[in-house]
Design a protein around this ligand. Structure first.
Ligand code: 8DG
Ligand code: MG
Length: 159
């Protein structure tokens, strides 16, 4: 009698067999100024994760590099020019209704005064001050990674 396996007996990896959450890939910038402060912005009250602080960024578009995504999002959201540097960390995080991959790069502020084009509020803060702000859950890993490096990654003579 042949053994007949029905349904789930396939070669698919577990991740493709389980019902998956919607997934977004997000380019995120940790933007440093020449005083070694980091730019954070507060998300609009009415949207997803409303009122929480974040490092600016947004969804990657088809055909875009992560560097181009971060540069574009930061121009759209804050109207400033930046240089995108090294990757600090990549995080995979599951929220209740979706999951995100946050690809976080160090960035250097080049020009323009940040404007609240797509956010509620903007602050330049030191790493010591950052604990006074509420961030989305996934951000604790970004902040921990920032604490592990020895300060601003850009060489002061480059400013
Ligand atoms: N930009 C940013 N997003 C974060 C952070 N931490 C975190 O969990 N997220 C999540 C929140 C959102 O679900 C997602 C970012 O999406 P977004 O709403 O900024 O996307 P977007 O700029 O393309 O905006 P939209 O076109 O959807 O309005 O990543 C963070 O530090 N920065
Ligand atoms: Mg955004």
């Amino acid at each position: 009698m042949p053994l007949i396996l029905l349904g789930v007996g396939s070669d698919l990896p577990m991740s493709e067999m389980s019902p998956s959450l919607p997934h977004k890939t997000i380019g995120v910038g940790v933007i440093w100024n020449d005083q070694k402060q980091i730019l954070i912005d507060r998300r609009r009250a009415e949207g997803l994760m409303g009122g929480l602080w974040e490092f600016p960024g947004g969804k990657i578009e088809a055909g875009e590099t992560i560097e181009d995504c971060i540069k574009r999002e930061i121009k759209e959201e804050l109207a400033i020019d930046i240089e995108v540097g090294d990757c600090l960390i990549t995080i995979e995080h599951d929220y209740s209704h979706f999951s995100v991959r946050l690809i976080v790069h160090h960035c250097r502020h080049l020009a323009g005064v940040p404007q609240t084009v797509e956010c509620e509020e903007i602050r330049w803060v030191t790493l010591d001050e950052i604990d006074g702000f509420s961030f989305p859950e996934a951000n604790s890993q970004i902040i921990a990674a920032l604490r592990q490096i020895s300060g601003c990654p850009f060489i002061p003579t480059k400013w």
